[in-house]
Design a protein around this ligand. Structure first.
Ligand code: AMP
Ligand code: MG
Length: 341
């Protein structure tokens, strides 16, 4: 299959690309679309054949459920029920964070194929803020299943070029909307009633931080998914986000002793000498997440992009510096831990 890359850099190309995407989606095909987090591989969420095509292109095992995108809070009703006990909380969260990178787990409606939810009775619902994605949704008027547009277990794509490398030849269309503004996947949250605030269980840390969510609920540490375990939420699989090159996440600069004859690349946070990592060995390549001065949002935008670049550098091992364990650093550290598993 030939994969077409469609552009959105002029108002005409944008219009034409959206039309092409909508035509394909209406015909039950899959299309890679930009979102604010990472590129998604979209298909009509209520069309079993389209959903099957997503799994096939990604080589994704059927036990790993898909996130469903809706246009806004009102459209949740097309795919999920909102229990009365958390209706107010869902309203608060969607008012604050939608459109944006927050995914909510809700009881699924029957119309949603079991394939989408891996047979489960809940569905993950999200509302993207990306203007191109929103244009497609507005024109299509259907919910879209859209997991990250990479092969299963591989690094999430944050550019159209990365999608082409992952899925070129397998899908008919990639809409190029430029680099993703967040660069990390959505935060997945399960809400249970609580007084005065609901309990929010974070099933996957992501672009919305714990600090932001704290205002809207009690972050449930008791039920939080333990690091590295693989419960029902399979984004939690150990090998997720893995480069092909072995990756080692350091605890400290002192914990690294280079092996003679081996080649290394460094994923550095700030790229500063005084952090103690640059001089550890003669790194073949150094990628700096936040050359700006140690800003986590800057690091997040560049995170998967640089990980991909280092993976292609042909070294024996990628060495990753630890990142601050707050804000967006939590999501990046979780991904680095999994990549090093
Ligand atoms: P991706 O869109 O590729 O980032 O993957 C979607 C992830 O969302 C899955 O790997 C699961 O971890 C999570 N997910 C999707 N549906 C559910 C659900 N019903 N319950 C819990 N987690 C879910
Ligand atoms: Mg994914």
């Amino acid at each position: 299959m030939d994969t077409v890359v469609a552009y959105t850099d002029t108002s005409e190309s944008l219009k034409e690309s959206v039309r092409r995407a909508v035509d394909l989606l209406e015909a039950g095909q899959v299309v890679a679309l930009p979102t604010e987090t990472v590129y998604g591989l979209a298909g009509d969420a209520l069309n079993q054949d389209a959903v099957a095509r997503i799994f096939e292109a990604k080589e994704r095992p059927h036990f790993d459920p898909l996130i469903v995108h809706v246009e806004g809070k009102r459209e949740i009703a097309g795919v999920a029920d909102i229990p009365d006990a958390i209706a107010k909380d869902v309203s608060r969260l969607t008012e604050e964070f939608w459109p944006g990178p927050l995914t909510l787990i809700l009881p699924k409606k029957k119309v949603v194929p079991d394939l989408v939810t891996s047979g489960g009775d809940t569905v993950a619902v999200r509302c993207s803020s990306h203007p191109v994605f929103r244009k497609v949704m507005r024109s299509l008027q259907k919910p879209l299943a859209a997991p990250s547009a990479n092969r299963f277990g591989s690094i999430s794509p944050t550019s159209a070029a990365a999608v082409l490398k992952e899925l070129g030849g397998r899908i008919p269309l990639i809409v190029d909307g430029g680099a993703c503004a967040c660069g990390l996947e959505s935060t997945i949250v399960e809400i249970t009633p609580g007084d005065p605030k609901p309990h929010l269980r974070i099933l996957r840390s992501g672009a919305i931080t714990v600090e932001e969510l704290k205002l809207y609920g009690k972050i449930d540490k008791s039920t939080a998914v333990p690091e590295g375990s693989s419960p029902g939420a399979p984004g939690q699989l150990e090998s997720h986000y893995a480069p092909r090159t072995p990756l080692r996440l350091l605890q400290s600069a002192e914990s690294f002793v280079p092996e003679p004859g081996k080649t290394y690349a460094l994923l550095s946070y700030r790229g500063r000498e005084e952090d103690g990592y640059l001089a550890l060995t003669d790194f073949v390549r150094v990628a700096v997440l936040s050359p700006g001065s140690g800003k986590l949002p800057e690091a997040a935008v560049r995170f998967f992009f640089l990980l991909r670049e280092l993976d292609e550098a042909g070294v024996d091992e990628i060495i990753a510096e630890p990142l601050p364990s707050h804000g967006l650093g939590v999501a990046m550290m979780e991904r680095l831990r999994r990549a090093s598993a």
